[in-house]
Design a binder for this molecule. Sequence first.
Ligand code: NAD
Length: 486
Amino acid sequence: MIKENSFLYYDGARHSATSDHYFDNIDPAKGKVIHTVQSASLDDVEVVVRSAAAGFQIWSAMSPTERGRILRKAADILRARNEEIARIEVEDTGKPLSEALSVDIHSGADALEYYGGIAASLHGEHYDLGGSFAYTRREPLGICVGIGAWNYPIQIACWKSAPALACGNSMIFKPAELSPRSAVLLAEIFTEAGLPNGVFNVAQGKADVGQMLTRHPEIQKISLTGEVGTGKKVMADAANTLKHVTLELGGKSPLIIFEDADLDEAVNGAMIANFYTQGEICSNGTRVYVAESVKTVFLEKLIAKTKLLKLGDPMEMSTQVGALISEGHMKKVLQYIEQGKKEARLIIGGNQRTDVEGCSKGYFVTPTIFEAKVDTANIVQEEIFGPVMTVLSFTEEKDVIERANNTVYGLAAGVFTRDLARAHRVVNQLEAGMCWINNYNLTPVEIPFGPYKQSGMGKENGLATLNAYSQLKTVYVEMDKIDSPF
Ligand code: NAD
């Protein structure tokens, strides 16, 4: 029976789950339960896997041109429904509507369009062996699982499903329990675009459902977006059946501002790197290293612009800073701020806001800036995942590179300078998978995005990701008599 809370998707339709486990889908700006979502049971997971297996048989046998056409059609439908889906993303995540309208859905559609466009160009190679020859076939892996984080729900679902499906795989997507709805809309859009039943499926639940999937013997690949600790558990669980693994995890990325930088641009970069989506972005440049000689001017400009930020009801188009994802997460961010007050100088912000019009029960924290003297402070070392920037200073290029790299993370990094020779020299030495020069957090679909070090492994976007969702079969063809030793 299809009920309002039917949030599982398999065999091309919504279904209710069979478990008696439920979790709340909460609007973080209002602190209000929107839905009660039923978690998938082990039996449900089996049914979803059967659906994905049947979908794989049909999809992998279709021509790549036809596969690409369906992905591109899904991109068109997604764009046409931008506003409706953006509002759902805002209700689930608390991010400003202006951001969701301009970034989240379009970024997902870009991925479907991009991989839809290259699906028909996937190919193997021919090897001339002087008479005999060999060739390679680029084949899909089978059933792939995507496990999402809550900060960019539909974008993450698209970034994982688009390359997976373009390569001929089927996918089971498990959204984060805090943002469960848009993945089901994406599934319906795929079906409307002509995707055969079972090719894209949605399983709902918390870590236990994620674990049922990562341990399932029929699943060939897991792509997780989440915390470093979760990545370690997923990798360990996947090891038992030697699944392919892509891990897009957390970070504490450095943003280095040299004395010759355009300081207005650097301030804009630092704000984008810390306050967009209330700071809930994995690649954020939360350790802002500013050359000592320009630190005072930089801080003056930064404080002046931060004061102008409009925190408010995320559904208001003028809002620039929305609500954090949950009460628990808000408390965690506030704890970091309290700790920060002991180990660094609080410059601006640093408090909860309970006076937001129409949102008095929401989880709001003001954009916060600390100035820290030492890199050993907890707020400099640990991922806070909220609107909390820490500014540090440096004098020597060599020294700041060493400090930037002195972390277990390696997701991203940024450099602001007018000296492009220096910019390239510095990024060459930074241990980060994604570096920006004179900008921050831009992620066009054409360029690979992914981590170094304990921020994970593998890439999303770009051609590089196709390798992560396909495997090469080598075929040797004998054209002569066998040169047999027997
Ligand atoms: P999380 O690790 O708590 O959860 C991520 C997903 O993993 C959820 O769907 C969750 O249900 C599932 N999960 C949790 N434990 C699991 C287990 N043992 N087995 C299988 N699945 C499990 O992360 P979150 O709080 O949802 O997201 C915030 C984190 O995600 C931050 O650390 C952030 O940096 C990171 N992130 C990384 C990227 C990236 O591209 N590198 C992008 C966005 C967010």
